[in-house]
Ligand binder design. Structure first.
Ligand code: ADP
Length: 472
């Protein structure tokens, strides 16, 4: 994989690009475009003075308009009526005009006369220079011909454009300082943002490397922003999960070896006894060996089953079947508990209940619930199998009145190899991973399931299957 630039360079790069754009814009507007923009705005204001005077040309307010526009805009105005050059109002002494020759003035009037909007505007250098500067003052000359009551009137306006090269120079020097300050700020910001973002990330990464060992610890106060805190929280949870899985793995090893060793010890013990003691070769002893071998077989099959299911290597063989019939058939297996071990087993079914699913797997779940109910029913020895139909669904419950499950353990019992009682007690039947298998099967069928339990009062394990509407 191509190695990526570090966060510090990324942040720095973007901030430098931003600073470059900022400085570029400042240079463009403050230095390069300053003079053209200044000239443009001056020309605009001269044009608007022209418009104002043109509107007032025949009115009594002309004098006021002339005065106010001249004062406000620092402009000279000259109006010639009827083509006579003599009638000039009011400040004919304005130097800008006096510097022009009559030919030049007439030339401007001529250009205005032939232009479409009868206006002509030009910029000329004057004979005056700024103090100490080599750049001459410039003047805008605006000429406009308007038709008034007394024939054509020529409005001539002049306004000075001060040389701004000195200003531009000052701004350039300022810009150098500003650029320096901006670049320094960028460096500082890069460092600060990097510390703010990357520091917690590096800390979390360093700590996360310890995760496979089930160790994860970062001081939460070092994470100054929410995302880092969330990442920290997620990793803390992951570490807890890893620890839990690790513990479960260890529990599994000890439980499975316990479960394997017990029948193996029995088989070896009984086998040796039968070999060494002539009178012990009885059918009963042989039956013990057969039963224990079967138990071993069940355990190994269950383990294989679960691992295959968890790797999604098992596909369901779904078909319609009658759940009620399944319950009744399966429950016959438990008659021995009724008659020999004094169990009170109530079976409350709801008539025919056609469902669609993998019968063998559903049987497996049901048997697990029943075996658990038997194993954990305590001295009560009372079990109810209840089947109810409502809203096109059939609900199957297996209830016992035994020890129950503590509330804080209830979510864990579906986990692989979880045992409420850590002191592993060998089940009368079952492999110790029954609920993990049940969960896999029910999940594969997308069924709702769960358990209600109260410590000391008993538990009810249940699942709900939709009725197969096509099968009556
Ligand atoms: P096990 O063979 O240990 O019963 P399971 O996976 O079937 O394995 O059950 C997991 C754990 O859930 C059990 O060890 C037990 O602590 C708890 N449990 C299951 N069923 C019941 C029940 N009916 N009453 C009380 N606890 C139960």
């Amino acid at each position: 994989m191509k190695s990526k630039a570090s966060l510090r360079w990324k942040i720095g790069k973007y901030l430098f690009v931003f600073a470059g754009v900022l400085i570029g814009l400042l240079f463009l507007f403050q230095v390069v475009l300053l003079e053209p923009m200044y000239k443009q705005s001056k020309m605009e204001s001269v044009r608007s003075i022209g418009d104002e005077i043109a509107r007032a040309i025949d009115s009594d307010q002309l004098e006021d308009v002339l005065l106010s526009t001249m004062v406000q805009n620092d402009a000279c105005v000259m109006i010639k009526y009827g083509g006579s050059a003599a009638e000039v109002t009011p400040n004919q002494a304005c130097t800008a005009f006096s510097d022009l020759s009559t030919e030049q003035i007439n030339g401007m009037i001529g250009f205005a006369g032939i232009s479409r909007n009868r206006t002509y505007m030009t910029v000329r250098e004057s004979n005056y220079y700024s103090s100490g500067g080599s750049e001459p003052f410039k003047n805008i000359f605006y000429t406009r011909i308007v038709s008034g009551k007394a024939g054509n009137a020529v409005i001539m306006i002049s306004s000075g454009i001060s040389p701004i090269s000195a200003t531009t120079k000052t701004l350039t020097v300022q810009l150098v300082y500003i650029s320096g300050a901006i670049l320094f700020a960028v460096l500082l910001l890069t460092f600060m943002i990097y510390r703010g973002i990357a520091d917690p990330l590096s800390k979390i990464t360093r700590a996360a490397k310890q995760l496979p060992q089930g160790q994860y610890c970062v001081d939460p106060s070092t994470n100054r922003y929410r995302e880092a805190q969330e990442l920290n929280r997620t990793l803390t949870e992951a570490a807890a999960d890893i620890q839990k899985a690790d513990r479960a793995k260890r529990d599994l090893l000890s439980n499975v070896s316990h479960d394997l060793r017990t029948p193996l010890t029995m088989i070896t013990g009984y086998g040796e006894m039968m070999r060494d003691l002539p009178g012990e070769k009885t059918d009963e002893n042989l039956q013990v060996i057969i039963d224990e071998s079967k138990r071993l077989n069940t355990l190994v099959n269950d383990l294989l089953d679960l691992s295959r299911m968890q790797e999604n290597k098992i596909s369901l063989k779904q078909e319609p079947f009658d759940l009620t019939e399944m319950i009744e058939t399966e429950m016959r297996k438990y008659d021995v508990y009724r008659y020999q071990e004094n169990f009170r087993i109530e079976i409350l079914t709801a008539g025919k209940a056609m469902v669609y699913g993998d019968r063998k797997r559903i049987e497996q779940v049901f048997n697990n619930f029943v075996i658990n109910a038997i194993n954990y029913s305590g001295t009560e020895r009372h079990i109810i199998i209840r089947e109810t139909i409502a809203d096109k669904e059939v609900r199957l419950e297996v209830q016992d009145f035994g020890e129950g499950i503590p509330q804080d353990k209830i979510d864990d019992i579906w986990d692989r190899y979880y045992k409420v009682d850590k002191q592993h007690v060998r089940s009368t039947q079952g492999s110790g991973i029954g609920l993990a298998i049940a969960k896999q099967v029910l999940d594969l069928h997308h069924l709702k399931y769960g358990v209600q339990s109260k410590e000391g009062e008993g538990s009810t394990f249940w699942f709900v299957m939709p009725l197969d509407q096509e099968q009556k």
